[in-house]
Design a protein around this ligand. Sequence first.
Ligand code: FES
Length: 147
Amino acid sequence: MSNDEPKSPPRRDFLGIAVGGSATVFAVAAGYPVARFIEPRTRPPSGPTVVGKVLEFPPGTVKSVMVDERPVLVVRAADGQFRAFSALCSHLQCVVGYAPERNQIECPCHRGVYSMDGQNIGGPPPRPLEELQVSVNEGAIIVSSVG
Ligand code: FES
């Protein structure tokens, strides 16, 4: 081989670029859902949202609904009163859920525990759940942010 021949890129360079490009695509594809999951959601709900009908919430039930693309727990107490809480944990914003066997709200990430009135009663959550306003109009349950 003479030194005058045009050099083609070494095979190793091509493989390096291909592997690096694939790794970058994979990192972006895998990282986006993770980033969306852990992203702090500081935007409050923008306005009243109908989340269902009263008949869909029997006394003593808890339902997860979405308000402005944010998870919300709607609690209907045994006496028929409604309350709603943001389902984002006050610790690191994981989505909390109702645990009927213990009748409490729990965070799966670090075992945070909230009472049914949203108070932080166990684990690392530093504050109660954010409470939202609930109203009933002509049989429709309407949730909106406080303030
Ligand atoms: S995010 Fe809920 S306890 Fe840590």
